[in-house]
Design a protein around this ligand. Sequence first.
Ligand SMILES: Nc1ncnc2c1ncn2[C@@H]1O[C@H](COP(=O)(O)OP(=O)(O)OP(=O)(O)O)[C@@H](O)[C@H]1O
Ligand SMILES: [Mg+2]
Length: 257
Amino acid sequence: MPSILEASGICKSFGALKAVHDLTFAVNAGEILGMIGPNGAGKTTAVNLISGTTRPDAGEVRFAGERVTGMAAHRLVQRGLVRTFQSTTVYGERTVWQNIYRGTFTQSYTGFWSTVLGGAGHRRQRERTIERVETLLRDLRLTDVRDTRARHLPYGRQKALGIAVALASAPKLILLDEPAAGLSAEEADRVADMIKRIQEAGVSVIVIDHNMRFIAQLCHRVVVLHHGTALCIGTPREVTSNPLVIEAYLGADHEPA
Ligand SMILES: Nc1ncnc2c1ncn2[C@@H]1O[C@H](COP(=O)(O)OP(=O)(O)OP(=O)(O)O)[C@@H](O)[C@H]1O
Ligand SMILES: [Mg+2]
C-alpha cells in the first residue's frame, strides 16, 4: 500500500530533553493510524514536527511523495496536511458557521485570490464553498448550532467544530491530537464514529489518544511511543500483545484487544 506520509529518523530536543528521538513511521494512504503513549512520550511534539508547527533538529518528513521537512504549516495545509490541537482552537466570538467558512479559505491561495479579485469563477467557487460548509455542519452534527457563538458550545461540540474547521480545508491527511480527551464515553464513541466517516470519505487519519480501547477499536495500525521513539508499530492486536508494550505501558495484567 502506498504511504501518504513518511517520517524518517525525526528528532527534536528541548535543551537536554530528547522529546522525539529517531522516530520513524509511515501512514498508509486511506488508513487510520493511532498514536499512543504515556504523558510526555512525545506524541504532540511528533505531530508538531510533521505538521510544520515545529522544525525537526534532524530527520526527514515526506508527504504525498514530496519532501516537506521544516515546511511552514500553512503551506502544508495547502498541500492537504492539516492538524487539530490538543486544546480547541476555534474563534470563540464567531459563530459555528463562520468558523467553518473561515476554514475553507486555507484551502489554497487560488481560492483566496479568486475571492479577492472576483472574476468569472468567483460565484461558482463561493457556492461550492457554502455547499461544503453545509455538508460539514451536517456530517459533524452541528446544524442545530450553526448560528451559536463557538464559546457558548459545550466542550464536546467545540472539539467537533475544531475537526470541522480542519476538514474545511479539504485535507488528504488529518492529524487529531486527543480528539476524545475530556469527553464522556458516549461523546467519545461519537468522535470515533466521526473519525471512521472521515476515513471512509477518503481522508487518511493520525489520531492520538491515551485510551488503548478507543485506539484499538478505531485504528488499522498503532504506533506506541515511549521516550520519544516508536516502541512498536503494528495492528491493535499486535501492539497490545507485544511484551515490550505490555511492560512499558499497559501493565502486566492487560489482555490483548
Ligand atoms: N516547547 C517545549 N519546551 C520544552 N519542553 C517541551 C516542549 N514541548 C514539549 N516538551 C517536553 O517534551 C516532552 C514530550 O512532550 P509532548 O507534549 O510531546 O508529550 P505528549 O506525549 O504529547 O504528552 P501528553 O500525553 O501529556 O499530551 C515532555 O517531557 C514535555 O515536557
Ligand atoms: Mg500531547
